[in-house]
Design a protein around this ligand. Sequence first.
Ligand SMILES: Nc1ncnc2c1ncn2[C@@H]1O[C@H](COP(=O)(O)OP(=O)(O)OP(=O)(O)O)[C@@H](O)[C@H]1O
Ligand SMILES: [Mg+2]
Length: 452
Amino acid sequence: MKKSHRILIVEDERTALRALKLILEDEGYSVLEAATGEAGLRIALNEEPDLVLLDIRLPDVDGITILQRLRAGHSGAAVIIMTAETSSANAIRATQFGAFDYLSKPIHDEHLLLLIQRALEYRQLEREVRALRGPATPEAAIPGMVGHSPAMQEVYKVIGRVADSAATVLVTGESGTGKELVANAIHEFSARRNMPLIKVNCAAIPEHLLETELFGHEKGAFTNAVSRRIGRFEQAQGGTLFLDEVGDLPLGLQAKLLRAIQERTVERLGGTGPIAVDFRLVAATARDLNAAVPEGRFREDLFYRLNVVGISLPPLRNRREDIPLLIQRFLSRSEKPVSIRQDALERIMQHDWPGNVRELENVITRAVVLAPGGLITPEAIAYPVIPAAVAHGRWEAGVPFRDGYWQVLRRVEAELVRSALREADGNKTEAARILGIQRRLLYQKMTELGMG
Ligand SMILES: Nc1ncnc2c1ncn2[C@@H]1O[C@H](COP(=O)(O)OP(=O)(O)OP(=O)(O)O)[C@@H](O)[C@H]1O
Ligand SMILES: [Mg+2]
C-alpha cells in the first residue's frame, strides 16, 4: 500500500540525506531528493510527491519560504519540517503555513516513520472528506477565496449548495469581509456562468438616478430621456444581478424591487407594460437589516424575499487562523519572492482588523513594497491611523446619519490617541508631542474616550 507513496527529501547535508533515503527506501517508499531549496521546490511542484521532508536551514532559501511557496503553488503534499533548532517560533510558523508537523534533529528513525505514516494517513483522510463533500465544498476551486476556518468552510458549503439553484441570496458581513467575492463565486458556480453578472452598488448611485439605472426608461420618459435606456435588471437577462449595499436602497425603490422579485418582471420608466426578465438575485449589505426593519428603514417583506438563503461572512478578527493563509495568498501575487518574519506575523495576528480582509490586503501590499531583501519585518507593517471602515466612508451599521458623524470622529480620535500612546510606549508627554497637542488636551481626550 505505502509502496506507492513518494517522498521528497530536501536536505543539503549529503550524509544526512543518504541516511534518510536508506531508511525510507527500506520501508518501501520511493524517494526523490534535492540538495537546495530551489531544486526542492521545482521537484515538488513538477513531480507532486505525497510528502516532503524539508530541512529548514538550506544554503539558498529557508524552509519556511519554501513551504509558503509550495502552498502558493497549490502543492498538495504533506510537509514535515526538520530543524536543528528547537525554537517553537519556527514550529509555530511552520504549522501556521501548513506543515503537518516538525521534527527536531537529530532525527529518530522510529519517530520519523511514525510521523510520516500519520501525515500520509491524514492527507488521505482529508482527500476522502473532500471527495465526500463533493463539489459542494470545492474550497480550492472557489475563485479567489482562501480560508480554512470552520466559519469559512461553512460559507463554501452554502455557496456550493445554492449556486445552482435560482434562490435569492443575501450576503451580509462587515466591510472588507469578501461579500463581493461570494457573489462572484455564486455566479461562477451556477449554470448562469456564461451569462452576464451585472453589479449595481445601491449606495454609490444618487437616489434620483438609481431608478432608471435599475429599471431603465423609454425615450421621452422625462425631460432628459433623449434615448431609451435598458436597465440593469434587463441587462442581467439570463444571468445574475448583484445588488450591493442593498440596505441603502431608498424605501420607494424597495417597493419596486420587491415587485420585480415577486413578478419576475420590470417596467421601464415611461414604458407601456411589464417586461419579463429571467434573473438570479444576489444582494449584499454591511448593514444590520434585522435592526433596520423595526426602525422602518427597510421593508420587512423585502427582507424575507432577499434572505431566502443567508450567507453571513465572519469578521477577520473572529477567524484569525485564516490570516497566515491570506498573507500567503497576497504574498504570492508579488513578482519577487517575499516572505514574512515571525515577529512581523505575530504583530499582524494581534491586530483587530476593523477593515477585515481588505485592510490586511492593503497592509501586505504595502509591506511587500517596503520589504528589504524580500523579507517583511515588523517595521514594514503599518496600520492606517484611520480605521478602514471610516476610510471607506461607512460607519457602524444601523447608526442614524446624524450620530454617524460623531461616532466616526470618536473612532478616529480614539485610534489617533491609541497609536500615539503606543508609539510613545505609554509616555503621555511624548504622545502629546507626537500628536502636536498640549498634554492637558491629551488627558482630556483620554478621559472623554474612556481611556483615562
Ligand atoms: N476569503 C478571501 N480570500 C482572498 N481574498 C479575499 C477574501 N475575502 C476578501 N478578500 C479580498 O478582500 C477585498 C475585499 O473583498 P470584497 O470586496 O469582496 O469585500 P466586501 O465585503 O464586498 O467589502 P465592502 O463591504 O467594503 O464592499 C478584495 O480585494 C478581496 O479580493
Ligand atoms: Mg463590496
